[in-house]
Every structure is written in structure tokens, then in C-alpha cells.
Design a protein around this ligand. Structure first.
Ligand SMILES: [Mg+2]
Length: 438
């Protein structure tokens, strides 16, 4: 059995009987024009559904090649049956268009009825004589072409009765286009710089939604919680929610809960502390007793006493774990470059002679945790960011492709170094056109 996940849709092919697919909302009948029981798939479906199906079908007949109609499932375990009339090969022309129409019309009816899962038999390949390999190609191509319009449908199963048909479909599905299927998207510098949206960013994200391309915003921002990022994005016309944002505080709180569950000394802005609600916070004036010392982006709130407290906590026995919320070296604000988290972590590592656990870009573990949320194979995922090191190189080391945008902190000399982005876009506004040509 082969299952492919393409743009959020699971497509599989199995060898079996179309009337024995109890987990599918709808099955498709390779019907005859009069929607009568007959032989083959139609006969099997009518036998399993009982006489009620034939009665319901009667006023809907006749149908023409390429057409589809829907009825209830009657005694079948499925909610609905979609009846399609495939072309008779060598008689109904153009056969390829009519066969594609069958799949297209069946899927559109399914979407209109809020159906989530559809099982198809091989239409026209039996007594109608359509060559199996050609029919399989049309079936799969039509399903993939219809993807953007499949509002409710998220699972399609091809059920092949014969082992020969099954082999053709298996091969076809395995060879289905493997272009990139999911995206990790950096926020700062890609969708906005400071309080200014990047032109075309909202439209690009809207396009991803319309195309049902799975994506996750992966940011190293630790200066504010996800709720604040959701509000910020909304001001730029990008409607999203916290579940689509993966940030170091989220990764760190999960990691700490599992690996260092004691009191955490949090060097993060007050607002970001909400992301650590599942942990006990160490008293802010204590200089020992921490299980972890968590360093986020405190920006101008850093002071010598504060940095020194983090150092003293790290030197106290038993030694706590140092956690870095990303290792971004700097970021670019409207007034120029700013030190980010990494320089402070490096100072503490050097002084306390320890190594930080990095839960943020460019750590491979952080990208992998994001990929796990997306449920998409690493090799099929792209990371798009404005940081040649944190975004592009980090993604490439994790097995993804890294795309650099010429916005945010991008500098032309970024392209002169050893790190070679898989693509460079002027901005995220170029993403839809570029993606279509992948
Ligand atoms: Mg960035």
C-alpha cells in the first residue's frame, strides 16, 4: 500500500473491494448509463447497498459519459455513493477528457456535500476497455489538478480489484510529482520589518491558504509570546493563530518539561513568560537553585547585574542547564542592526564554561520539532527566511531546502559566502509565481 501526502491531501491505493471501505465517507460507482445494478463494480455496490439504492437511482438516470450523481449509501457502511459513467474506450470520444470529467465531477460533488474521504474504483478499465495504465495516469492527474478546489476532501483512496491494476496505480502514485509540498516561514524580515509589512506578504500567505499548502511560521522571536505575534500579523492583514507559530519559547518549555523540570530562571521579557506557564519560575532575586537558565531576547533590558545573575546561577552547584532561545546573532530594526540572543549566550558559555542547549534556529532539533508539527517529509519542505545562517543554512543542515529573501536583514554580501541558498527571491511576494514553476 502506498500513501502519499500531497498539499495536505492523503492519496493512497489499495488492492481490495470497493464495497469494503467502511472508513470512507463516500465510494464511487463505475456506473452504467441507467444507473442499474449490472455487473462488475456497479453490481457489487448495488448488491451490498440493497434495493433502496436502485430506487433512489431511478429518477437520476440516465447519465452521460463524464457525468456524476450522488445518492445515499443505504446498507453500505458509507454515507454516500457517487455514480460516474466512464467512457467506453474506442466509442465515447474524447475518451481522455470524459474519463477526467468523471473524476473531476465526482470530486466536486464530494466537496459540495462536505465529504472528507472518497474511495474510487478504476473507472472504465473493466468491460469498457480503457487501457489501465492510461486510465491510472488520468485519474491521478485529475485528482492532483483538483486539489485547490477540494474544500472538504482530505483523503482519496484508489481501490483496485485486480493485482495488475493495483501495480499500475502503485507505480503512478510513487512517481507523482514530488515538488516541494510544505513551507517553514520566518516572520521577522520576511513578512515584516519592525512595524512595517513587506509588500505582498499578506497576499502570499493568502495564496498559501488558498492552495492548501501546509506551512508553519518558524520564528526565533522570544521578545513576545505567540498571542502578540498573532495580533501583530493581523495588523498586516495576515490572519493566523498560535498553533501555526513555532517559536523557541514553545520548543523550550516543551523540552524543559521533559528534561529539566525544576525551577527555571527565565531571562525573557515579561510577556513571553506566559509561554512558560507549565514550569515553575525561580524567584527573580535568587542566585542559586535553578534547574535551567533560559536566555531569550531581552534587548535593551539587558544590564550588567542581570547578565551577571545569569552567570552566578550557572556557576552554582548543581549546575543548571543553559538554554538558548535561538542563536540569532543580530536582527535588523528600522534604525539598524541590534544584538540578538546569541552574543549574550556566547558570553555566558564562555564565562561559565558550558554549552547551551539551543532551542531555536539554527539548531537542527528545532527545525525537526517544527517539521513534526507539519507532518511533512523533510526533503519535501522548504524554509524561507532572511537569515543566510539561521534560516537557510539551518534548514539545509536539517535536510530541507533553504530559500533566501532579499528583505529584512539580507545584505548582498550574504551571497558571497560558503552558504548557497537553494533559491533567492526579491521578497516573499515572489513566492507564488516561483512555486508554480518549481
Ligand atoms: Mg528573520
Amino acid at each position: 500500500m502506498t500513501i502519499r501526502k500531497i498539499k495536505g491531501l492523503a492519496i493512497e491505493c489499495v488492492q481490495g473491494n470497493i464495497v469494503d471501505q467502511p472508513d470512507m465517507d463516500a465510494i464511487v460507482n463505475a456506473a452504467n448509463a441507467r444507473l442499474l445494478p449490472g455487473g462488475g463494480v456497479a453490481g457489487a455496490i448495488h448488491r451490498a447497498a440493497g434495493p433502496g439504492l436502485e430506487k433512489e437511482c431511478r429518477p437520476l438516470a440516465p447519465i452521460h459519459p463524464g457525468e456524476a450523481v450522488i445518492t445515499g449509501g443505504h446498507n453500505l457502511p458509507n454515507r454516500s455513493v457517487i455514480h460516474c459513467l466512464g467512457p467506453v474506450y474506442g466509442k465515447d470520444e474524447p475518451a481522455d477528457t470524459l474519463l477526467a470529467d468523471c473524476y473531476r465531477n465526482a470530486l466536486r460533488i464530494a466537496a459540495e456535500h462536505g465529504i472528507r474521504s472518497v474511495a474510487f474504483p478504476a473507472i472504465s478499465t473493466g468491460i469498457f476497455g480503457y487501457p489501465v495504465e492510461a486510465a491510472a495516469k488520468i485519474a491521478l492527474k485529475t485528482v492532483l489538478d483538483e486539489l485547490p478546489r477540494l474544500s472538504s476532501v482530505n483523503h482519496i483512496r484508489f481501490v483496485l480489484f485486480s493485482s495488475t491494476d493495483h501495480l499500475f496505480y502503485e507505480r503512478m502514485l510513487g512517481e507523482a510529482k514530488t515538488k516541494k509540498q510544505a513551507l517553514l516561514i520566518d516572520l521577522d524580515g520576511v513578512l515584516y520589518v519592525g512595524d512595517k509589512a513587506i509588500t505582498g506578504a499578506a497576499e502570499a500567505v493568502q495564496w498559501l491558504d488558498e492552495e492548501k499548502i501546509p506551512y508553519l511560521f518558524v520564528t526565533n522571536t522570544s521578545s513576545r509570546p505567540r498571542s502578540a505575534l498573532v495580533e501583530k500579523l493581523a495588523r498586516f492583514g495576515i490572519i493566523t493563530d498560535e498553533a501555526v507559530i513555532f517559536s523557541p519559547p514553545v520548543a523550550a518549555s516543551q523540552w524543559l518539561k521533559a528534561h529539566a523540570p525544576g525551577p527555571a530562571a527565565l531571562f525573557v521579557p515579561q510577556a513571553t513568560k506566559t509561554e512558560f506557564n507549565c514550569l515553575e519560575e525561580l524567584d527573580p532575586y535568587t542566585e542559586s537553585g535553578a534547574s535551567s537558565v533560559v536566555i531569550g531576547d531581552l534587548g535593551e533590558s539587558w544590564s550588567f547585574p542581570l547578565l551577571n545573575r545569569a552567570f552566578r546561577l550557572l556557576m552554582a552547584e548543581p549546575r543548571p542547564v543553559l538554554v538558548a532561545l535561538g542563536m540569532t546573532r543580530y536582527w535588523r530594526g528600522p534604525d539598524g542592526f541590534h544584538l540578538d540572543v546569541a552574543p549574550f549566550v556566547k558570553a555566558l558559555e564562555h564565562a561559565a564554561d558550558c554549552r547551551a542547549v539551543v532551542l531555536g534556529k539554527p539548531a537542527t532539533e528545532f527545525f525537526e520539532a517544527g517539521l513534526a508539527i507539519l507532518e511533512c517529509p523533510t526533503a519535501d519542505t522548504l524554509m524561507i527566511g532572511d537569515d543566510i545562517v539561521g534560516d537557510v543554512h539551518g534548514a539545509q543542515r536539517a535536510g530541507m531546502q533553504g530559500v533566501l529573501v532579499r528583505t529584512g536583514k539580507f545584505r548582498p554580501q550574504d551571497l558571497d559566502g560558503d552558504i548557497k541558498p537553494d533559491a533567492v527571491l526579491d521578497s516573499i511576494a515572489e513566492l507564488p509565481a516561483w512555486w508554480e514553476n518549481l
